[in-house]
Design a protein around this ligand. Structure first.
Ligand SMILES: [Zn+2]
Ligand SMILES: [Zn+2]
Length: 204
């Protein structure tokens, strides 16, 4: 592992809480994405308009956040729930984007490489080293893509704030649903929600 990679992996492990294959792969994905966009200092000026779409909610995402400094709270990490080990790095200012995806079968290849490595305490360590050392073409697929980010999805001030006419809660960034003369939040409009209300004792 070279020193730059080691330092970034260290930051990822600190943020994520453990060393795993996902951290090694996530750091490699982030380094590839930044390199392709010509961004050396993601936390500096040249990374100002960097937005990353991640396609899985697993380990590599934390590595990508740690390396790039992007966060969901600043709207610069977009969670796309595809269950795929891929991320698209978008320089929204320059309208350039690159999608980096993990190649199928790379873990098997890494396991083969790991068997040839000597001097590691255990199989896992050797596997991480193999994932870190294997050729990028074996690990990642990198493609230019185009991404149109809606103004309502960009970092910055909320474009609009409304109040749902059913539940009375505030809805930001044009996530409301209109129609029939009503402005409603999505749960009220669609009748679909990830939680169910539990009646409190005072309601009974
Ligand atoms: Zn992990
Ligand atoms: Zn509502």
């Amino acid at each position: 592992m070279n020193e730059d990679f080691k330092a970034l992996l260290g930051e990822a492990v600190r943020f994520h809480g453990h060393l795993c294959g996902g951290q090694v792969i996530g750091v490699r994905m982030a380094m590839a994405g930044l390199r392709e966009l010509g961004i050396k200092e993601p936390r500096g000026k040249e990374g100002r308009d960097l937005v990353i779409f991640v396609e899985i909610d697993r380990c590599p995402v934390d590595a990508i956040i740690a390396v790039t400094g992007r966060t969901p709270g600043r709207r610069s990490i977009k969670m796309m729930d595809y269950g795929k080990q891929a991320a698209t790095f978008v320089d929204a200012g320059a309208s350039r984007a690159v999608r980096v995806s993990v190649k199928t079968g790379c873990f098997e290849k890494a396991a083969l490489i790991a068997r040839t490595l000597a001097g590691f305490q255990d199989e896992q360590q050797a596997l991480y080293e193999a994932l870190a050392a294997m050729d990028e073409e074996e690990l990642l697929s990198i493609r230019r893509v185009s991404v149109a980010i809606e103004p309502r999805d960009l970092p910055g001030e909320a474009l609009q704030t409304v109040v749902c006419q059913k539940c009375g809660e505030t809805v930001k960034d044009m996530r409301q649903v209109g129609g029939n003369g009503l402005i409603l939040c999505k749960p009220c409009a669609l009748g679909l929600c990830y939680y169910k209300e539990i009646p409190s004792e005072t309601d009974a």
